[in-house]
Design a protein around this ligand. Structure first.
Ligand SMILES: O=C(O)C1=C[C@@H](OP(=O)(O)O)[C@@H](O)[C@H](O)C1
Ligand SMILES: C=C(OP(=O)(O)O)C(=O)O
Length: 451
């Protein structure tokens, strides 16, 4: 019997606080690390396809490391051609099972690894245990498990019902499948089903129950599936058909775009503090929904210039207030909440209920930390309203003791609060190392564009 590798723990030690120097100007050019969402999707799709795939400009971070390690643990050859950012993946294709039939896999706090691997392994012929950090065990996955069961998947929660860790037993179903999945907690459940189903074979219809959130991520899923040779027929956002006989075929070579969510911090810096700040690696032709964050900045008064694979922002605080539905850009929306410190009136972010089940309860965390800087913040189940303290404008001299911002092991809390250093308070970021989830060199990159 195959024995999987022992689960690899990635418990991160808390890192020493980082005092950010007060800054007034932002200008320069940044080449972004690869997109987390595209890196993890393409690693998995390459593993499930026939042929070998060369992936370039992959993200090197905690979230992609757990996906890469998981695939290797499952027996997929992921060969490094130029570090972990340039790899060759030998797909297992129509084998419909991973070479390693029994494994315990640790997936940290990576939703883009945990949800898609749950679906793929549910259709495999082995026994697997998937676990993560304690916070991952508080992030819901019940809707995906319930969506998979009618197909013949055998998945049990090892902890609280509806949450990881999960134990997966060999698949017992056969297509065609008619499945339903809820779309109003995380779009990753639908993305996971769609990516795994062509591999299960036999064709499938997936219906979405409830309003689908974070829609651009499903477009990203469908766009990348198409690059691997599978075209899904759809009726809007509610019915998705995978043709019988659909199978993944390697596109040969695929270059990963820069991460549009990571771009948001730099574009916001250029908007608050002069600019131009130019981002290379993602632009007008991006597959990623978070590129639309630039439109939020335009509403706040930014001047944005776009090329096919670059984008540039300039502007000056005070910025214009906004009242916007942020459902399509839940990650970049956090950047807007901190940019609201530099707005001339109250800023309202609506339709962000999913913030409560991500790396931390992001609505609560955002409210607590913005209040430390003197902002008036109100919150509801799915909204947050931020009113900047008087005169929180660029150029005021930094005064007093540093304000220590807690980051809740949430990379985006650490990254977006770096923008507060354009204001009149000294900023201390507690546990800055949490940025390793998606952007390990974030603070070095930020230091390069501010002065
Ligand atoms: O599919 C993806 O790559 C993602 C979907 C979003 O999650 P939800 O669908 O849970 O909002 C997003 O927040 C996450 O960072 C990445
Ligand atoms: C929500 C996020 O991550 P995950 O992919 O773990 O859901 C995020 O990166 O903001």
């Amino acid at each position: 019997m195959d024995r999987g590798h022992a689960p690899q723990r990635l418990e991160r030690m808390t890192t020493a606080a980082l005092d950010l120097p007060p800054v007034r100007r932002a200008a320069g050019t940044i080449r972004l690390p690869g997109s987390k969402s595209i890196s993890n999707r393409t690693l998995l799709l390459a593993a499930l396809s026939s042929g070998t795939t060369e992936l370039t400009a992959l993200l090197d971070s905690d979230d992609t490391r757990v996906m890469r390690d998981a695939l290797r643990t499952l027996g997929v050859a992921v060969e490094e051609l130029g570090g972990v950012e340039h790899v060759k993946v030998t797909g297992i294709g129509a084998a419909r099972g991973f070479p390693v039939k029994r494994a315990e896999i640790f997936l940290g706090n990576a939703g883009t690894a945990f949800r898609p691997l749950t679906a793929a392994l549910a259709f495999a012929d082995g026994n697997y245990i998937l676990s993560g950090v304690p916070r991952m065990h508080e992030r819901p996955i019940g809707d995906l498990v319930e969506g998979l069961r009618p197909a013949g998947a055998r998945i049990e929660s090892r902890g609280n019902p509806g949450y990881p860790p999960l134990a997966i037993a060999p698949f017992e179903g056969r297509g065609p499948y008619r499945l339903k999945v809820r779309g109003d907690v995380s779009s990753q459940f639908l993305s996971a089903l769609l990516m795994a189903l062509p591999w299960a074979g036999g064709g499938a219809r997936v219906e979405v129950d409830g309003e689908l959130i974070s829609k651009p991520y499903v477009d990203l899923t469908l766009g990348l599936m198409e690059r691997f040779g599978v075209r899904v027929r759809r009726e809007g956002w509610s019915v998705f058909d995978i043709p019988a006989g659909a199978a993944y075929v390697s596109p040969g070579k695929l270059a990963v775009e820069g991460d549009a969510s990571s771009a948001s911090y730099f574009l916001a810096a250029g908007t608050i503090a002069g600019g131009p700040v130019r981002i290379e690696g993602v632009g007008r032709t991006s597959l990623q929904g978070d590129i639309a964050f630039a439109e939020v900045l335009e509403a706040m008064g930014a001047t944005i210039t776009r090329g096919d694979d670059w984008i540039e922002a300039s502007g000056h605080a005070p910025l214009k207030p906004f009242d916007l539905d942020m459902n399509r850009i839940p990650d970049a929306a956090m950047t807007a909440a901190v940019a609201a410190l530099f707005a001339s009136g109250p800023c309202m972010l609506r339709n962000i209920a999913s913030w409560r089940v991500k790396e931390t309860d992001r609505i609560a965390a955002m409210a607590t930390e913005l209040r430390k800087l003197g902002a008036t913040v109100e919150e509801g189940p799915d909204w947050i309203r931020v009113q900047a303290p008087p005169n929180y404008a660029r150029g005021a001299p930094a005064i007093g003791e540093p304000v220590a911002i807690d980051t809740y092991d949430d990379h985006r809390m650490a990254m977006c609060f770096s923008l507060a250093s354009f204001g009149p308070r000294r900023i201390r970021i507690n546990d800055p190392g949490c940025v390793a989830k998606t952007f390990p060199t974030y603070f070095q990159a930020f230091a390069k564009v501010v002065s």
